[in-house]
Design a protein around this ligand. Structure first.
Ligand code: NI
Length: 268
């Protein structure tokens, strides 16, 4: 992943815009918020850019609370664009069953540059648990400062949208309060596998992987932090950067829909 860490990665989207076009991304996000009734706000500012948040869906206190977070790594643009396309197209009946919070683009400076890390060279998906040698990024400090809000928002499930730019196979990191992957993990993996071949058993990024799933891996990530705080389940989906950008965006959107569809089974 050395190349992925330093080299800029951008793609041309089907509409001719660059995958790093933050101005266009934000404009479409503002439009979808207005058109679909999402509440758009900023959790704060990191690296002189807003950390945007959208909230929508059910208002009932008993509805499942789900958090989708994307764009931690700037060379993984299919996540944020997939989130945007999901928001533009989401079925109202599906949306009305959950209390949804979305952090569509965590690392704006990395996204604009097409680089994994932010403009300060920090990894926005490390440093959440104070592990040795890790400290939070500017974005991470904002998220850590909103612990209670994020814990409540992700109470019944967290989905983060990532890519692995050097790979041709899809896979999923998942965390469940169980000894083996359950329906949550398997359903997300199946949604990924509808678009890409599944990563072989063995290891990926130093983690053991079986059946396309890295299960209950613990590190200093945003997912591990929220699992440690008590959310019910978490997954980090990975689309392979060696496939066309439009397919990766479609896969991200499909996996977010799958994540919401799983929600009615929560809390049984
Ligand atoms: Ni990533």
């Amino acid at each position: 992943m050395d190349d992925a860490g330093t080299k800029p990665w951008t793609w041309i989207l089907p509409d001719g815009h660059a995958s790093s076009d933050w101005v266009r991304y934000r404009r479409r996000l503002e439009t979808v918020a207005a058109d679909r009734g999402f509440e758009l706000s900023a959790l704060g500012t990191a690296c002189a850019e807003p950390l945007l948040m959208l909230r929508g869906g059910a208002t009932s206190p008993s509805a499942p609370r789900l958090l989708v977070a994307s764009g931690f790594h700037g060379e993984e643009p299919a996540g944020p664009w997939g989130v945007l396309e999901f928001l533009e197209a989401v079925d109202q009946a599906l949306l009305s069953r959950v209390r949804l919070t979305v952090l569509p683009l965590i690392n704006v400076t990395g996204f604009r540059a097409g680089t994994r890390f932010n403009t300060h060279g920090e990894n926005p998906n490390r440093g959440y648990l104070g592990l040795p040698g890790e400290s939070p990024s500017h974005e991470g400090r904002q998220l850590l400062a909103h612990r209670d809000l994020l814990l409540e928002a992700a109470r019944d499930g967290l989905l983060t949208c990532h890519e692995d730019v050097l790979l041709s196979h899809g896979y999923v990191y998942s965390c469940e309060r169980a000894a083996a992957p359950g329906a949550f993990s398997r359903t997300l993996l199946a949604a990924n596998a509808a678009f890409f071949p599944v990563h072989a058993d063995g290891a990926v990024d130093g983690c053991p992987i079986a059946g396309g799933i890295v299960f209950n891996h613990h590190d200093g990530s945003f997912e591990s932090w929220l699992m440690e705080l008590g959310v019910a389940r978490a997954a980090c989906v990975e689309t392979p950067g060696q496939h066309p950008i439009e397919r990766r965006i479609a896969a991200q959107r499909a996996m977010i829909e799958t994540f919401l569809n799983f929600a009615p089974d929560l809390g049984d």
